[in-house]
Each structure stands twice: as structure tokens, then as C-alpha cells.
Design a binder for this molecule. Structure first.
Ligand SMILES: [Zn+2]
Length: 60
């Protein structure tokens, strides 16, 4: 489950999931236009990166 860092809407289903080193990454696209990626370490949420039309590239 992921929560949009911009509008706080919660999503049950991620769009994509993959491994990044020790992290599990879940990617979401929010209806507000923000893309965000949740990084989890050993099943616990660790940090979120986001990207929207106002930012270039991925930011915390
Ligand atoms: Zn949003």
C-alpha cells in the first residue's frame, strides 16, 4: 500500500514492483499527477521518492 506524498491519497495496488538492492520498490501513479515510489527494507517502509510536473527527476 502506498500514500501519495502530495495529496495523501492511499492506494492499495501498486503499478509495478521490483527489487533495488536490499529494497523492495513499489511504483504508483496518483490521479493528482504525482508519481511516487515506496522503498521498503525487510518489509518496513523506509522512504518515498516522488516526481511530478514541477520537479525534474526523483526527489525525496
Ligand atoms: Zn496525489
Amino acid at each position: 500500500m502506498g500514500k501519495c506524498p502530495d495529496c495523501m491519497k492511499e492506494y492499495r495496488e501498486h503499478k509495478k514492483k521490483w527489487k533495488y538492492g536490499k529494497f523492495d520498490v513499489e511504483a504508483y501513479t496518483c490521479e493528482c499527477g504525482t508519481n511516487f515510489r515506496d522503498y521498503s527494507l525487510e518489509g518496513k517502509h523506509n522512504f518515498t521518492l516522488k516526481k511530478n510536473k514541477n520537479t525534474k527527476g526523483w526527489r525525496k
